[in-house]
Design a protein around this ligand. Sequence first.
Ligand SMILES: Cc1ncc(COP(=O)(O)O)c(C=O)c1O
Length: 463
Amino acid sequence: MNERPVKTEHALEQSAALVADAAERGQRYLRTIDDRDVFPTPAAIAATDALGGAFPDGPSDPHDVLSLLDEYGSPATAATTGGRYFGFVIGGSLPACTGAAVLASAWDQCAGLARVSPIGARLEQIASGWMLDALSLDPNCAVGFTTGATMANLSGVIAARRSLLLAQGWDVDARGMFGAPELRVLVGDEVHISLLKALGLVGFGRERVERIPIDDQGRMRADALPKLDEPALICINAGNVNSGAFDPAGEICAHARASGSWVHVDGAFGLWAAAAPKRAHLAAGCEGADSWSLDAHKWLNVPYDSGVVICRDGDALRTAMRFHAPYIVPDVAPDPADATPEMSRRARGIEVWAALRSLGRSGVADLVERCCVFAKRFADGLAAAGYEILADVELNQVLVSFGADERTSRVIEAIQRDGTCWAGGTTWRGRTAMRIAVSSWSTTPDDVERSLAAMIRIANETD
Ligand SMILES: Cc1ncc(COP(=O)(O)O)c(C=O)c1O
């Protein structure tokens, strides 16, 4: 009984040795990340050809596989865990999360069911409670751990669809969308593309939605909302992907309540403002909504991938997501998979728990506030150098124009080539802009000054 088969022991010993090897390589990677170009050089990208070739005829030594991955893979990464990556809205990975992720890889838990992974379910449950507390949301909300905000938006919209159609006597999970009563769906004109995708996936149509006019910061104009005679779905932004602006959630929720409508908040990164006392006013009113999407891999600085759906009506979310099979005996408490589209999935709560446990309430607030202060420094520095800041900087996003659109595009390309830092481009109110998103715990004041100096130098040198 106690005799373990030699083969298993050997196999596990090899895995243990590989964890040590990977940890050493990971250490080297993290210790040198700030000394290299933020975006990989063309030569480093070209060298990844060494990872391909014909499908190998047979097995290789796992150490050789790891060595190959490190030698050619590591230099071809974008240094998003370093302090000078300001592209999209990408957070780094907090030390506790990176460590937890290594352990989580060794654990390899499948988190869908508590019966499969008691620790996966428990950590998600604890992290859910802490997150709702940090965001000042109702502690009774249901929480699901998704790959990102896109799946969280989808999950929120699915719960809304179930609830709104059920109110009209239609069980959409049983009967589907053919013949279902029509629902009005309203979005701001600056709705994030992931929400349109979610609306399309559930059968509401990406183009059938009613787009509500916005103001000069990209906020939905509450005064432009139509009178609602029947319950509708209203999707709002907490953190415009370009400007960081918030739709006026309080007014919109009040308008929705009168008709029994459902408000879904896309709070991918902006909703974290609610956890920072100096920025919480921006998200005021969001707590009155019905469902929320959130990314942990953005501002909470949890490693990819990690999103969260939160739903006030837990039954609407869980009934839509629930599944039954004779081989699955339901647990007493809801299972993690009851709140998300997936059945099998990695235990994302591990790193979310590690982030919240290591930061605590004040640490989350500091992280958010620090990024906002750095964003303002970028804006002030660029404005002082004569460049135009296109939107108010109240959160972590900065939009800057370097003059004519063509010139701005050339400056963005040159900044990206230079390697000191990385920021992306966008279009804002018809103008080309560079978008700086400050979202990483590892960004220091020195990173900001170095990056700002590089941006200004390059912009001044560009024709
Ligand atoms: C406002 C907003 N919503 C949704 C998303 C989609 O999130 P994810 O890429 O994690 O699916 C993003 C990502 O940039 C976002 O900024």
